[in-house]
Unconditional design. Structure first.
Length: 249
C-alpha cells in the first residue's frame, strides 16, 4: 500500500466568494442541503460575522487574509478522537506559518501565536452520528497581509516578515498541510500528532497566569488530555479545564 497516497487523499474544490457573513455558516448550509462533499472549501475575501472560539469576533480586512472553511467527513474517527482532529489541523496551520517564519507555537486550544501575538485560529464544528464523526467544518483564519488591528495581541505574516504575501499561495499551502495531517489521522498516528502538538504547545511546563470565573492564579501547564482539556498544576494538585472554564492571561 502506498503510504503517500493515503496521506494525501483529499481532493479540494475551492469556491471563491467575495463578502459573506461566515464561511462556516455557508459550509453548514451546504451540508444541510446535501450540496457539499469532502474536500469542499469555501473561501471569502471578507466575513461580516466571522467567529472564533467562544463566539469571539474574528477581525479581518477585505482581501488581506485567508478566511476559509473546509468540509471533511472523518467517519473513521470516534467522538473521543475528535481532539486529535483539532490537533492535526493546528499542526497544519503551524506547518503553513513556519514556511514563512520560524518560532510559531500553539496556544491552547487551537490558536497559532508568533512572538506572543495571534496569527491564526481555528473554529472546528463536528457533527456526531452514533459512534463516529459524520462531518466536520474546519474554519481557519490566517492573518496574511493585514497590518492594522483593533486588538492588541494580533499580528500577521506581513508584519512579522515585512513582506507582502499572495493570499492564495498561503491558502494552497494550508490545504497541502491539512491533506498531509489528515492522512496521518487515517493512518492512526495519534501518538505522533499528540507529541508534535505538545512539542509546540505555548507555556508547556512553564508558570503562566490564568483566570477562571472565580479566581486569577499562577499555574503550570502540564498538557492537554484526550478530551482536549487543559491540564494545569496549581500547588500540589492538577485540574483539567474545558475551553470555557479557563483562559491564559
Amino acid at each position: 500500500m502506498d503510504i503517500n497516497s493515503l496521506t494525501q487523499s483529499l481532493q479540494f474544490k475551492i469556491v471563491y466568494l467575495d463578502v459573506v457573513t461566515s464561511t462556516n455558516s455557508l459550509a453548514r448550509e451546504s451540508l444541510n442541503a446535501s450540496k457539499a462533499v469532502e474536500g469542499s472549501v469555501i473561501f471569502a475575501s471578507e466575513q461580516t460575522q466571522g467567529r472564533g472560539q467562544l463566539n469571539s469576533v474574528w477581525e479581518s480586512n477585505y482581501g488581506k487574509n485567508v478566511l476559509c472553511s473546509i468540509i471533511l467527513t472523518p467517519v473513521f474517527l470516534t467522538p473521543i478522537q475528535q481532539t486529535y482532529l483539532s490537533m492535526a489541523v493546528c499542526l497544519a496551520m503551524l506547518d503553513t506559518i513556519t514556511m514563512f517564519i520560524p518560532g510559531a507555537s500553539v496556544k491552547w486550544p487551537n490558536d497559532i501565536y508568533i512572538n506572543k501575538k495571534k496569527v491564526a485560529g481555528l473554529l472546528l464544528e463536528n457533527a456526531i452520528q452514533g459512534n463516529h464523526i459524520k462531518h466536520s467544518i474546519v474554519g481557519v483564519g490566517i492573518n496574511v497581509n493585514q497590518i492594522d488591528f483593533n486588538v492588541k495581541f494580533a499580528t500577521s505574516l506581513c508584519i512579522e516578515t515585512k513582506q507582502v504575501m499572495v493570499v492564495d499561495d498561503v491558502l494552497q499551502l494550508l490545504l497541502k498541510h491539512i491533506n498531509q495531517r489528515y492522512g496521518m489521522l487515517k493512518l492512526n498516528q495519534w501518538d505522533m500528532i499528540n507529541k508534535e502538538y505538545h512539542k509546540h504547545l505555548l507555556g508547556l511546563n512553564e508558570e503562566c497566569k490564568f483566570i477562571t470565573e472565580t479566581e486569577e492564579f499562577v499555574g503550570v501547564i502540564m498538557g492537554v488530555d484526550v478530551h482536549g482539556q487543559l491540564m494545569v498544576k496549581k500547588g500540589d494538585s492538577i485540574k483539567n479545564y474545558r475551553v470555557k472554564e479557563i483562559s491564559m492571561l
